[in-house]
Design a protein around this ligand. Structure first.
Ligand SMILES: Cc1ncc(COP(=O)(O)O)c(C=O)c1O
Length: 412
């Protein structure tokens, strides 16, 4: 394809080729409408973005405040993260999953998992490299590939039994893509517990995934942002599979487990060549996170973990409140097995209108913001996602208001 010359002078961000070639940002229209309604004085219950509301536990904030007062921590930090934090992550893997990782070569601190994933793709991919991304997906899994000049091969994420993904179908799809797509895919992105579908990886899934990747010479990137949010069984780590470190990395995030979303701390852990590539590219791009934040994050990992269990329990109860309310209102949404979301097919009577129009209807008529499934890729169409970031009473109120709208607005 011959590149078109960019218009000069530019009049829109889309005049720049990399920006212009990005798919439309589906959430933008809903966001704009939400802000208009709030500005007009309407009461809006915002369950759109997965932005934790619970506040970071006090012992972590105290550690930040104490170290923020010391001028020696006000300088540029280390872009790959201070040793104490990388070592804290290594200890976390040893304690939690029985996995040994070297904090020097197998752990890099990132400015949240999102930044880490984006820059990892930039570091690993060449122009036109194909990446297999099951869909629906957290948007950066796709966009990071596009930004890096790669191509996305989508695969539908299908539910199996009891809140688990149908792992066999997914891996059969990966094998098929490796046989039929040219040039052969180079990398597979996985993420369980999954945003937005809330699906968990079934027992044995990661063993099989590693085997499939080995057979097909694929690298594996596992986004483990909801590591601590399996409501029944504990979510398995990719790195607990023998040999996983030879082909893959796992991203962990402080955002959800420790309610530290605004602090921007994540990790990439595993294969030393992949971790090394990310470390290297980051060394050109950033100077690391404010040191007191890193010290406090290390403290969070080493201190008692009761706060993590408490947060998980809050989301579980909230899920029950929202699901119970919506079911009572006549919308049979499924109970999530994991994460901080509820993911549901749109009620039959509204299916035709599509997820964007349905989300707009809920905003306009019920004053409730949800994320349209289409925003997570074409396979997300026909669904909406609720983020459980309001107290139970507010979720019950949201369910009531939605119930009233469904009752009076059913088309036809
Ligand atoms: C699957 C997934 N990965 C990563 C992130 C972002 O994590 P972080 O805040 O560490 O960038 C999110 C946030 O919603 C997510 O859902």
């Amino acid at each position: 394809m011959t590149a078109q010359p960019s218009p000069w002078p530019p009049t829109s961000s889309a005049d720049f080729p990399r920006i212009g070639s990005l798919p439309a940002y589906v959430f933008a229209a809903i966001n704009a409408e939400k802000l208009e309604r709030i500005a007009a004085g309407h009461d809006v219950i915002d369950l759109g973005m997965g932005n934790p509301d619970l506040g970071t536990p006090g012992h972590i904030v105290d550690e930040l405040v104490e170290h923020a007062r010391k001028p020696k921590h006000h300088r540029y930090s280390a872009s790959r993260g201070i040793y104490g934090l990388r070592d804290g992550m290594a200890e976390h893997y040893a304690r939690r999953y029985g996995v040994t990782v070297d904090p020097e070569t197998e752990v890099v601190v990132t400015i949240g998992a999102k930044e880490g994933i984006a820059h990892l793709m930039l570091a690993l991919l060449g122009d036109g490299d194909t990446v297999i991304v099951p869909s629906p997906a957290y948007p950066i899994h796709r966009y990071s590939v596009l930004f890096a000049g790669g191509r996305v091969h989508g695969l539908p994420l299908v539910a199996g039994a009891d809140g688990f993904v149908d792992g066999d179908a997914l891996l059969a799809g990966v094998e098929e893509a490796c046989r039929t797509v040219t040039p052969a895919p180079r990398l597979l992105v996985l993420s369980f517990p999954n945003n937005p579908t809330t699906l968990q990886a079934p027992p044995g899934f990661f063993e099989n995934a590693v085997e499939v990747c080995r057979r097909n010479r694929l690298l594996l990137v596992h986004d483990f942002a909801y590591a601590d949010f399996g409501f029944g069984a504990e979510a398995p780590s990719l790195l607990a599979v023998p040999g996983a470190k030879e082909i893959g990395v796992e991203f962990f995030s402080m955002s959800k487990s420790y309610c530290m979303a605004g602090w921007r701390v994540g990790f990439c852990v595993g294969n030393p060549a992949m971790v090394g590539a990310l470390t290297r590219i980051k060394s050109y791009l950033d100077y690391g996170i404010f040191e007191p934040i890193q010290i406090a994050a290390a403290h969070a990992l080493r201190a008692g973990q009761e706060c993590v269990a408490e947060t998980r329990e809050v989301y579980r109860r909230r899920a029950d409140a929202l699901v119970g309310g919506l079911n009572a209102a006549g919308w049979p949404v499924p109970t999530p097995a994991a994460t901080m979301f509820v993911w549901s097919p749109i009620p039959d009577a509204f299916r035709e209108m599509g997820s964007i129009e349905f989300a707009r209807l809920l905003l306009r008529e019920a004053g409730v913001v949800v994320s349209p499934g289409l925003g997570f890729g074409p396979e997300g169409e026909g669904h909406v996602r609720f983020a459980l970031i309001e107290p139970e009473s507010r979720l019950a109120q949201a369910a009531e208001r939605i119930g009233a709208v469904l009752g009076r607005a059913a088309p036809g």
